[in-house]
Structure formats: structure tokens, C-alpha cells
Design a protein around this ligand. Sequence first.
Ligand code: FRU
Length: 525
Amino acid sequence: MNYSTKILFAALILMGVFSCKTESETKEEISPELSKAISGYDEPFRPQFHFSPPEKWMNDPNGLVHHQGVYHLFYQYYPDDIVWGPMHWGHATSTDMIHWENKPIALYPDEHGLIFSGSAVVDKNNTSGFGTKDNPPLVAIFTYHLMEGEKAGRKDFQTQGIAYSLDNGETWTKYEGNPVIGNQGIKDFRDPKVFWHDESSKWIMALVAGDHAKFYSSDNLKKWVLLSEFGKDKGAHGGVWECPDLFKIPVEGSEEEKWVLLISINPGAPNGGSGTQYFVGDFDGTNFTTEQAETRWLDYGMDNYAGVTYNNVPDGRRVFIGWMSNWNYARDTPTEVWRSSMTLPRKLTLHKNDEGYFLKNFPLTEFDKISKGKLLFPKPVRLDEPFEREYDNLNNSELKFLADPNENYAITYSNKEGEQLCFQLLGESSELLLDRTRSGIVDFEESFGRAIQKQPFWPEGDKTKVRIILDASSVEIFIDEGKHVFTNQIFPKQPYTKLEISGPADGSLEYLMLREVNSIWNPVN
Ligand code: FRU
């Protein structure tokens, strides 16, 4: 679509006269062959080792499920423009959680509405009857959003629907009895996350309803019974609750198991706009309860939203993917062919200390397979002089070092345009700061480059592990293996070429490792 056609399209959407294309009209547009032709994945700002769609708008990850050796990543997708529009489920698959293959669109809007966020399960016992025991169906559970209802000022325009696939996600059939959960007048009623609950031998669904979560159960994924509600008086309420996830997880280093409820919230995140809070507690098959008094955040960066975890991961790891953007400016970021990408797939682990339970999120070890490029710096450094080095391109690199948690450090990436990204670990004031205010193009929206982002820092042990992963348009910072995380988009006009590290003059970095990360789209080896 050329620029003037896009303007016309945008105008039509604004005038409310846009109607969705039919499935047969759009099916051709996103075949894998065509997607390769559309994008060489080499445009300015194109992530080289994060998932992004070949073209057009993407938001939340949906239907994260593993089946027969394949990790599915469905996502909120609008195939006609690079701003949000009538939602479909886009689709990509991976066998290693690193390389992704783009697939045709999985779910199209229908008479019940647009296809909003949701989840997918492997119905192993064929409880739904959609498949057979020998060929169990994949079942997607999602929200229908009926535009006509919303425009008419009604409140019941979000309902829940299901669809199934008998060929491991290649083709999908909508259930003729949709919607499976109707709406009795709740304006924000969406984002079903379903999982099999062994203890009660039932399917459980977590759903959000404005300012709280609702839990349902089912024997067959078609008939659902409301069990309970959680959260009206718990956690952060600066915005609407979205994209819940409920799962059981072991406490590291013990026999204990707890339940975690993830809730995305927009706005109201600690550094502005969209963010993800979590609750650690118990789920007895009916009620989720928690003793957690304070609000806990999964990530203090501004670009990790609507993240949920995989169902059915073979080795039992709890694998999380988030959408690397923020509703404050998601529509305005300076890319042209596509908009936004996902976080690296991360492993969630639960830990306990004197202050209670907390989650860590950290890239899967699979990532190490592509962090194997040229070794740019491999040894300890003294800091009596600040560490300063020039490179060709740091926007595909990984940096790791050990810091003294009682000291202050500043890590700065910069380029010849004078753009710079600065991360500070302040042991003295127990704070972590991320400054992207001059990191590149920041003026497309007011909150993107306005303030230095902050988070509290509670060191563990006498060394702090720092890991910084830079892609073409993102920075992910992990402290102590994901205890503290900053995930952020950045748009430097040129790649960063200089790395500077300053720290205690009498100190040294025990270990400093900087290496290139290989592209997953245009592999060099
Ligand atoms: C979260 C969200 C969901 C909704 C989807 C619509 O980013 O607002 O609540 O289902 O995006 O695209």
C-alpha cells in the first residue's frame, strides 16, 4: 500500500466505514513465500533476533502452546496497516524458540466480531470431541469483539469463542456454538487464558473483567461455569486489567509450589503506560488467594506488555513471551513496514527471600545458540580509567559482567550522531536507572523519551550479574538473572558504535564478555 492509500485507509477507519476483508480476500497476502519476498528483515530498526511480523501491525502474543515438537506463536495482527485495526490472529512457529517461520493468518474476524487475545490448549483427551484420542485437537480460546456493538454504545460486545485445528495449527475451524461465554453487560471482558487443572480434572479459564479477574471451569471447553473472582481490592488499579495468566510454579530450591497470576495493566505501570504486575498465592481449583500485600512488577521497562506463558512445554519450563511495546506510543514508533516485536522467550522462575516470593524472568538458554558471534571483548578490566571501546555495530550484541552491588556503575552505548543509551546500577542508593531520553528518535510521542526510568535494586550475594542484550530497536537488561529487568524499545538513527563503562576507580570488572548475536532472519553461519 502506498502512502496516500494508507491515509485514505486511515480516514475510512476513522469515519467508521471500514469493513473487514473476507478470509478468501486476504488469505494470499501472508503466505510464507510472500512474507519472505515482502521483507528481507533488513529494514532500518528491524529486530534481528526477536520475532516481528514480516509486515503490518502486531500486538499481544496469543495462543502460546507447544504441540508435537512445534512452539506456536499466534499474535494480535492487523494485516492491512501498521496501526491497530480489525484484529486477526497472525501465526508463526518455531522448533527451537529462536528461529521463527511465518505462517498464514490463523483466525479471521467473523459475524461474532474481531478476534482479540486468548490462549490455546492441546485437548489431549479430546474432551471437546473436536478430534479423536489419536489426533487430539488444538483448541484456541479467544475474545470476540463486536465493533457494531461497541459503536452502538452497548456494553456486551466482548464474548468468548473457540476454534480448533486438527493439523497442528495449519488450519482452523470455528465452533458453530460460539460464543461459548456470553456477556451480561461487562464492558472490558476479555483475554481468556485456559489450562488443564490436574487436581480437579477440569479446564480452568482466567479472564479479566475491567478491574478484576474471573475464573471459570469446564469439562469440554464448550460449557463454562463461573467459579470466583479476584483482585478488586488487590494490586495496582491505575488502568484496565488485561491478559491474565494463572499457573503453578515450584519455588526454586524447595519442595514448595505456588500459583502465580500475571495481570497486564494499562495504564498504570511504574514507569508509565502499559506494564505487567503479578500475584503469588494459591489456587484450590475454585479460588485464587494471596497474602501478598505489595504490588509486584515483572519488568520495570516500558516495553513488555500483555505477556503470557506457554501451555504444554515438554520439559515443564514456564516460558513467557511479551509484546515489546506500550499503548502510550505503540502506534507511533518510527518503523514503516511492520510495527513492533516480541521479547525474547524467557523462563519464569519463582524465588523466596525475607521479603516474600518474587519472579525472575530470563532469556531461555536456547538464546546462547545465537549469542555465538564474534567475541568483541573477553576479559576482566580495571576501572581506574573508564572502559571505552569502539565497534562497528553494537545493536546486535550481548554484554555480561559482574559488578559489586555496593558500588555505582554507568554503562553507555552511543553513536556518532551523539545519541546515547545509558544504564546505571546505583549500589549506593539501591536503584537502577535507564535513560533513553537521548537514545535516538524519541520525539514521536511525549512519554517515550520524557523521563529516566527507575526501579528499586535489592542485591543478592556479593556479586551482581549484569546482562544487556541490544537488538536493532530494543534493549533488554537483566540483573541477577532476571530479578530486575528493563525491557525497552530504542530507535537510534545509526547503530551504537561506542561502549563506555565507568565504575569504582579502585575496582575492576571481574569478568567482561561482549559478543555479537547472530541474526535469526539472515544467518551468517
Ligand atoms: C492488550 C489488549 C487486549 C485485547 C487486545 C486487542 O494489549 O488490549 O486486552 O484483547 O489487546 O488487540
